[in-house]
Design a binder for this molecule. Structure first.
Ligand SMILES: *[C@@H]1O[C@H](CO)[C@@H](O)[C@H](O)[C@H]1NC(C)=O
Ligand SMILES: *[C@@H]1O[C@H](CO)[C@@H](O)[C@H](O)[C@H]1NC(C)=O
Length: 351
């Protein structure tokens, strides 16, 4: 009798680990992983924020009137868009009242051919020692895209502005693809170097960014980080992981959540599989071949790619947006001229 019960319980726990929607009401399962580790509702919100940054027109993005912003219009206040024209990088910072958090989003690659960008990923070397973390190595290009451009200062200033206005609310960092790599470096930087509290990370279809030593530091600083992967998306498989030489190759930080379809015929349904805390769970996306670009550009049913092929240039209505340029004239930080819905005092502190 006891044994049977335990067996059933075990099956319930396994199921709960595999399926996000779990109605198991067994009192001894107080914190099953699906709700303590991964919040599916939050993922569906953040993926829309991550998608909005692919909007070509910055005025639409700033005023939150873009097509991709539609579902989230209510309760989002854009604080700052950071554009690094020279390196074709972009991020935005705002306050989302629905989840009561600062939302920070990094944009993925804008290169005309995503195929070329993906092919390049194969050859990315672990060529930079992560400062202050012995043995930790990362890819210099990914690291620099956040640390060595205008994005870092712009984002940190944006977070400080938002918290001055809305209090010490949590900071949600997100991004898709290359934007996920930058989001990861940002989240780690905010915790390890700036000492911010309440930092949370959820990325979509990001590549690997460092080695196993780096991943274990990462896990220590951001124990609740989530990397969502999708079906056969090729990007999370890159740069490659070599099982025969794990210390010297790229290694994902935990925790992956692999979204994929299971079943046959008319019984196909989507599963959000919570993976183990190794970062390289062989039963998750690594159990299939990463051979799809299509699976890379759709996450949780949301389209995740640039509207226009070459949107590195600035598109927007210059009269409504305030630009600040750096000395080289190619880096711009923007903030709105008028902040509606804010008092004069608040408006003053935004600018
Ligand atoms: C998941 O996120 C949603 C919205 O972000 C929130 O309302 C809800 O309370 C969260 N659920 C858990 C179990 O934390
Ligand atoms: C950052 O940029 C400077 C100047 O371009 C360069 O000398 C330095 O090596 C870069 N740092 C990294 C980590 O790539």
């Amino acid at each position: 009798m006891e044994v049977d019960r335990r067996g059933l319980l075990k099956a319930a726990v396994l199921l709960c680990g595999l399926l996000v929607v779990c109605s198991g009401r067994e009192p001894s399962i107080k914190h099953h992983p699906s709700t303590t580790i991964y919040n599916s509702t939050l993922a569906k919100t953040l993926v829309e924020y991550a998608s909005a940054i692919y909007t070509a027109d910055l005025t639409q993005l700033f005023t939150w009137t873009c097509a991709r912003c539609r579902d989230l219009v209510e309760g989002f206040e854009m604080i700052q868009i950071v554009v690094d024209v020279e390196n074709c990088l972009q991020a935005y910072v705002g306050f989302a009242s629905d989840i009561n958090a600062v939302v920070v989003v990094f944009r993925g690659t804008q290169e005309n051919s995503i195929q070329n960008w993906i092919e390049d990923l194969l050859w990315k070397q672990l060529d930079l020692d992560y400062p202050g973390m012995p043995e930790a190595m990362v890819h210099r290009g990914f690291y620099s895209a956040y640390h060595n451009t205008t994005l870092r200062d712009g984002v940190v200033n944006g977070i400080r502005k938002t918290r001055r206005l809305y209090g010490d609310v949590p900071i949600m960092i997100t991004g898709h693809s290359m934007g996920g790599a930058m989001a990861s470096f940002c989240a780690l930087d905010l915790v390890a170097n700036y000492g911010f509290d309440g930092v949370r990370l959820m990325t979509f279809g990001q590549p690997r960014i460092g080695n196993a030593a780096f991943a274990s530091y990462f896990k220590r600083y951001l124990p609740h980080a989530i990397r969502v992967t999708h079906a056969h998306d090729i990007v999370p498989h890159l740069p490659p992981y070599f099982t025969f030489f794990p210390q010297k190759t790229y290694h994902h930080f935990p925790r992956e959540v692999w979204v994929h379809n299971v079943g046959l015929g008319s019984l196909v349904y989507s599963v959000e599989q919570i993976c183990d805390d190794s970062g390289e769970d062989p039963t998750c996306s690594r159990s299939v071949s990463g051979n799809s670009v299509l699976d890379h550009i759709t996450y949780l049913g949301v389209s995740m790619h640039a509207e226009a092929p070459s949107s590195c240039r600035i598109i927007g209505n210059h009269a409504t947006l305030r630009y600040e340029m750096d000395l080289r004239g190619n880096v711009i930080v923007m903030s709105r001229r008028r902040q509606h819905g804010l008092s004069d005092e608040q408006r003053h502190s935004v600018q």
